[in-house]
Write a protein that binds this ligand. Structure first.
Ligand code: DC
Length: 218
């Protein structure tokens, strides 16, 4: 069987991470969370006091960084930032650096290298539109703002999340607005992506829908 490239995009809390991990496990593929790369760069920029809107400086910092997002652990320059990158401060920092075109081109080049031989499930915002426009399968997962906020509020990986789901919803909506309206690679569903509304669906349901689409490609 040919090793496929599977692109999964969508806003925060749409279920990309869980679905991508399960699909990659079933297929024996590598799972890459591209958002974790933007988060790691945002973390390093904050640590080094590099202004989050300085494209050249943040791109240089990203270029010089060794970022590893293999499996469940995220490291940058050998430092384990798995937990540190899931905080509201890093939500903001990552959305900031993700707007910068030069930073994106550094990370997109690395993402393409990782997918060069196929056998990969990559999740993000621009995977089906920019990183792998020729991906074998493109999924765009979405869910209602309330459901996305509930999932985020209950996600143990994220710390410092407001207790009230309504406050989480406000923060998610603000951040999604940045991702959707930025000029560099905004979030949208590729014309040939299959849009799946995950509202009210279990992980199993979404995974079986996705697996049915994927099997058609073999
Ligand atoms: O998926 P996430 O919330 O961990 O992503 C963190 C930030 O990075 C978020 O603002 C969206 C952005 N991002 C992006 O611009 N492109 C990607 N391929 C992945 C994430």
């Amino acid at each position: 069987m040919r090793p496929l490239v599977i692109a999964i995009d969508g806003p925060s809390g749409a279920g990309k991470g869980t679905v991508a991990r399960v699909i990659a496990g079933e297929l024996g593929y590598r799972h890459v969370d591209s958002g974790a790369m933007y988060r790691a760069v945002g973390w390093k920029a904050l640590r080094d006091a590099v202004p989050l809107d300085d494209d050249a400086a943040v791109a240089a910092l990203a270029e010089a960084a060794a970022i590893d997002v293999t499996g469940t652990q995220v490291t940058i320059d050998g430092i384990d930032v798995t937990r540190a990158i899931r905080t509201p401060d890093i939500d903001r920092a990552a959305a900031g650096v993700a707007r910068l075109p030069r930073v994106r081109s550094v990370l997109v080049a690395r993402q393409r290298e990782m997918g060069a031989d196929g056998g990969i499930v990559m999740e993000g915002r621009d995977i089906g539109t920019v990183v792998f426009p020729d991906a074998d399968v493109k999924l765009y997962l979405d869910a209602s703002p309330d459901e996305r906020a509930r999932r985020r509020a209950n996600d143990p990986a994220h710390t410092g999340v407001p207790a009230a789901v309504a406050d989480v919803a406000t923060l998610l909506t603000q951040r999604d607005e940045i991702d959707r309206t930025r000029t560099a690679s905004p979030l949208y569903a590729a014309g040939d992506a299959i849009v799946v509304d995950t509202t009210g669906k279990s992980v199993d349901q979404v995974v079986s829908e996705a697996m049915a689409l994927i099997r058609r490609q073999f």
